[in-house]
Design a protein around this ligand. Structure first.
Ligand code: PMP
Length: 404
């Protein structure tokens, strides 16, 4: 059923060489690679029906509109969304978060509280800080512990009748920790706070059911799940999306415009001003179809196997420390070699064709907690192999020898 050899053939980039060595791509948490199915979809769009959508009477425009809206429905089904118009196409996770943060600036007042977690990506910190500056609301933070988990007893203490919003990522990009979002959503709703979950790192590994979660907003990016860059989604409950004001003004998002007054279009168009990333949206649908053809259960169990194997092998290296040791984590390993800067390790690995991420991973508060400048992060996808893990381990050993 899960045929790794066949899966790897779906990804043309995996057969290229880097610095004369076979590419070992372990930077999947930053962006995933693109299967031929999605590349073909992009080529097909530009070769056969590239046109602007929604307002054309001609055939190409209608074909593009149909495919774009069909992709929205694919996404709707994937996330178990009740109504297709509760899916807003965005340029990615960052855009979705900013759209919601901007909308809430019309409701929040001084003294309101918003709760964020210590494990966030900067894109789930900065927009809320900007929102607090504009409204006088107060930002509170759920702390983390040494294992890289949220301290949930502290979350209970942070909630109050003043809590209006809670923002948390489903899975941490820097450590791979899976956060207890079910509990967070339930407790936030008990004080009538809305919840936004940043699913950028979760969607490549699991299939979220937004109705089952009862989450108010959920955001994701296509490029982390085998799709193209520059496109993503915001899911919002219909009642919330109707309540939020538009984010950007322009074409496509209006019902009627006069110089005296403009009325806005219905959902989802109210939040989709201007010409969208049409090809990207269609290719996002194709990427979701592709991932479902592999199967999220297969993906999760194989990636878990890779994670366990890589963790065991890396921990055999003297002086190597892994950050984020929760039992609830996905296939991300953040580590450092004692006395060696992560950037130097990453540079040497690149010479061997091994792509990893180094630095703070847009999560500086996590690095501050551990009192480190950054880590080396190896993040695995379902198309990685144990042989690639072995190459990483050998590479890290070599880097250690060269840099000690
Ligand atoms: N949140 C998390 C947890 C992420 O990992 C990322 C991407 N690294 C983002 C948000 C931002 O996603 P994008 O750059 O696609 O908007």
């Amino acid at each position: 059923m899960f045929n790794l050899e066949r899966i790897r053939k779906d990804f043309p980039i995996l057969s290229r060489k880097v610095n004369g060595k076979p590419l070992v791509y372990l930077d999947n948490a930053a962006t995933s690679q693109t299967p031929q199915h999605v590349i073909d979809c992009i080529v097909d769009y530009y070769s056969n029906y590239n046109a602007n959508i929604h307002r054309g009477v001609h055939t190409l425009s209608q074909e593009a509109t149909d495919k774009y809206e069909a992709a929205r429905q694919t996404i709707q089904k994937h996330f178990n969304v009740k109504k297709a118009h509760e899916i807003i196409f965005t340029s990615g996770t960052t855009h979705g978060i900013n759209l919601v943060a901007n909308g809430f600036s019309s409701f929040l007042k001084s003294g309101d509280e918003i709760v964020v977690s210590a494990l966030e990506h900067h894109s789930n910190i900065v927009p809320w800080q900007m929102l607090c500056e504009r409204t006088g609301a107060v930002l509170k933070v759920i702390p983390m512990n040494e294992e890289g988990e949220l301290v949930m007893s502290e979350f209970d203490n942070l909630l109050s009748p003043n809590t209006q919003l809670v923002f948390v990522n489903h899975i941490s990009n820097a450590l791979g920790t899976i956060n207890p979002i079910e509990e967070i959503i339930q407790k936030a709703h008990a004080v009538d706070a809305a919840v936004l979950v940043d699913g950028a790192q979760a969607c490549p590994h699991i299939k979220p059911d937004v109705q089952d979660l009862d989450v108010d907003f959920y955001v994701a990016s296509a490029h982390k799940m085998c799709g193209p860059t520059g496109v993503g989604i915001l899911y919002g409950k219909e009642a919330w999306l109707n309540k939020l004001p538009p984010y950007q003004g322009g074409g496509e998002m209006i019902a009627e415009v006069t110089f005296e007054k403009t009325t806005y279009a219905d959902l989802p168009h109210k939040f989709e001003a201007g010409t969208p990333n049409i090809c990207g949206g269609i290719a996002f649908g194709a990427a979701i179809d592709y991932m479902n053809s592999i199967g999220f259960n297969n993906i999760a169990s194989y990636e878990h196997e890779l994670l366990e194997y890589a963790t065991q092998q890396l921990l055999k290296i003297n002086g190597l420390k892994i950050y984020g040791t929760s039992k609830h984590k996905t296939s991300v390993i953040s580590f450092n070699l004692e006395g060696i800067h992560p950037y130097d390790v990453g540079t040497i690995l690149d010479k061997m064709g091994i792509a990893v991420r180094t630095g703070h991973h847009c999560a500086q508060p996590i690095m501050d907690y551990y009192k480190i400048p950054g880590t080396v992060r190896a993040s695995f996808a379902f198309y990685n192999t144990k042989t690639e893990v072995d190459s990483l381990v050998e590479g890290v050993k070599k880097a250690q020898m060269m840099l000690s």
